[in-house]
Every structure is written in structure tokens, then in C-alpha cells.
Design a protein around this ligand. Structure first.
Ligand SMILES: [Zn+2]
Length: 54
């Protein structure tokens, strides 16, 4: 898989994870990203994105 797990900012060098793990499932269970939320395909857990940091 060529998909990157982390996004590195070239200016600050800050690493931002592009994947979100599900708090309900075991470690390594990633949630699918949607335009306004993250959803776990395994248990159905949904976490909405905050819009106040734009
Ligand atoms: Zn889950």
C-alpha cells in the first residue's frame, strides 16, 4: 500500500497522522475519513470533526 500514514509539514516538520484509530476497537483499527467525520467500519463508531480550527 502506497498510502501514507502520516503527513509531514515541510515548514515546521510537524507530523500529523492522516489516519484515526477507533477507540472502541483494538489497536490498529483505522477509521474511514469522510468530509465531516470519521467512521469505523467495524463497530460503526462515528467521530465528528471539529470545525473550529479552520
Ligand atoms: Zn470500531
Amino acid at each position: 500500500m502506497a498510502q501514507k500514514m502520516y503527513k509531514v509539514d515541510s515548514k515546521t516538520g510537524k507530523i500529523t497522522p492522516t489516519k484515526r484509530t477507533c477507540p472502541r476497537c483494538e489497536k490498529g483499527t483505522y477509521m474511514a475519513e469522510h468530509f465531516d467525520r470519521f467512521a469505523c467500519g467495524r463497530c460503526g463508531y462515528t467521530e465528528f470533526k471539529r470545525k473550529d480550527n479552520k
